[in-house]
Design a protein around this ligand. Sequence first.
Ligand SMILES: [Zn+2]
Length: 147
Amino acid sequence: MEASNGNGHGDKQLSTQQGSCHCGAVRFEVELALGDGGSQCNCSVCTKVGSVGVIVKPAAFKLLSGEGTLTSYEWGPKISKRYFCKTCGVHCFGRGHFAELGGDFVSVNLNCLDDVELAGLKVTYWDGRHNNWDVGPRDKPWPILSA
Ligand SMILES: [Zn+2]
């Protein structure tokens, strides 16, 4: 099946994408607007994991397989639980609750999508390391070592 988006037209065009961890035990499906791109955060855990996140509503995300292979990690303020595969270690998604994001959310790692050209996607950057959430995302990475 051809990806129905990723051509840069129609920012809000939704498409359904398949994703998986590296070993293939964890598989999921997500409906999202690829034209919106994804975001990276410079907080201590996001930097090490290196995921490119997209926030969707829980209803837009469906875990297809691998429930028993997933384990999770929570850190700091515990806004979200990060789920990763016990076998291959790939962080596929997180689940959490944040009023500013409209309540319950799922954060999907775009790097885990199977048929998407990541080079064509816009990436924005959050300064999570300094709790600089009010400033919002910007086009270039924030520093890690200084405020
Ligand atoms: Zn795996």
